[in-house]
Design a protein around this ligand. Structure first.
Ligand SMILES: Cc1ncc(COP(=O)(O)O)c(C=O)c1O
Length: 373
């Protein structure tokens, strides 16, 4: 599915170059954390929780071990479990669906909008049943789902909204940051994300005191206070060293997001061609371009040209979750998702990271266009 993500002439992302730039700051942050030896939900986890809540404009942010657990624990904290239906999309990484199953609930899949690849509001409305307790819209590639429309459908019915913002750190919808719009939001700090550590990490954002409190308990074996286990939880705390690294990178998030936007604008300009659809941005939204993903019916020709030029690419999601073997047992392979399936045959993600140069973008664009000439 992915070719040469971290290597080749032009990689999909370049973590080595990023590290070379951040090395001193990262090593100092790690050294400080190790020097204090407060490694159990220590000062960096606590500071990151405050800083991320402030950034997202929520009351709380609770650090957890990874984005998948963030989704799972948030669902559990919202009281979602066996017998409940959770509606989401199949245009996402597998973890979104996995988390619903971990919570003991039943995933139900709806299609996405062809323009923005996010949950289709009409499809959602048609899929709601008496058992629907929550939805998980995914801000895929860094583009916000249509939170206003989705919220208008869910709110009067008492259906909870959990935003999967794993790919969308800092994206906004009508001025509101993702992660602050639904009842709760989740972010991943997996190393390739727009804000990341060098390992695993995740965080739940919410302005609901009860959800925050429950996630705190669940991440730490169900302890409400040290030594008192109120429920069966998990060992899913955010690691102090990862939190220290994420904090270093948080200082550069705004600047790096701007760079991603500039790169996307240049790609958009260079890739004008009748056989290419460049990413659309819904009016009122700010995209953060975790991925720069184009559509083309001539994807195979583009792939061959990129391969020959040693330019990395990926096809998120050539085989979406509902087509994966693990989902057959849940009947998800029978979901009718025509837009999702069209996208699966047409998408291709091009190199995108803050340190990409203009000449590299030109080289990628020329290679793509040469395939179509
Ligand atoms: C949309 C989406 N949701 C959830 C996750 C899971 O995050 P993590 O890898 O930190 O568990 C990812 C990670 O790739 C993701 O892209």
């Amino acid at each position: 599915m992915c070719r040469g993500v971290f290597s080749l002439g032009i990689p999909l992302i370049d973590l080595k170059a990023e590290y070379a730039e951040l090395r001193e700051e990262v090593l100092e942050a790690i050294d400080d954390a190790l020097g204090s030896m407060q490694l159990f939900l220590g000062p960096n986890v606590q500071a990151l929780e405050r800083e991320w809540a402030e950034f997202c404009r929520t009351e709380h942010a609770v650090g957890v071990s990874d984005g998948t657990q963030a989704l799972h624990l948030a669902l559990r904290a919202m009281g979602i479990g066996p017998g409940d239906e959770v509606i989401t999309v199949s245009w996402t990484f597998f973890a979104t669906i996995e988390a619903i199953i971990h919570a003991g609930a039943t995933p139900k899949l709806v299609d996405v909008e062809p323009e923005y690849f996010c949950m289709d509001a009409e499809a959602l409305e048609a899929a709601i049943t008496q058992r629907t307790r929550a939805i998980i819209p995914v801000h895929v590639y860094g583009h916000p789902a249509d939170m206003e429309q989705l919220g208008a459908i869910c709110e009067p019915r008492g259906i909870a909204v959990l935003e999967d913002a794993a790919q969308a750190h800092g994206a906004t919808d009508n001025g509101r940051r993702v992660g602050s719009i639904g009842d709760a939001g989740v972010f991943s700090f997996y190393m390739s994300k727009n804000l990341a550590g060098y390992g695993e990490g995740g965080i739940v954002t919410t302005s609901d005191d009860e959800i925050a409190q429950k996630v705190k308990m669940l991440r730490d074996h169900g302890q409400a206070e040290r030594g008192r286990f109120d429920c069966i939880g998990y060992n899913s705390r955010l690691d102090e060293l990862q939190a220290a690294i994420v904090r270093v990178k948080l200082r550069r998030l705004a600047e790096n997001t701007e760079k991603r936007r500039r790169h996307a604008a240049l790609y958009d300009e260079l890739l004008q061609h009748e056989d290419i659809i460049t990413p659309n941005v819904r009016p009122g939204c700010e995209h953060v371009y975790h991925l720069y993903t184009i559509r083309s019916k001539r994807r195979e020709e583009i792939k061959s040209a990129l391969e020959a030029a040693e330019i990395a690419f990926a096809t998120h999601y050539a085989k979406p979750p509902h087509k994966q073997p693990a989902c057959v047992a849940y009947g998800l392979d029978r979901a009718e998702l025509p837009v999702t399936e069209t996208l699966a045959a047409e998408v291709i993600s091009l190199p995108m990271y803050p340190g990409l140069s203009e000449s590299q973008i030109q080289e990628v664009a020329e290679t793509v266009l040469s395939a179509l000439s």
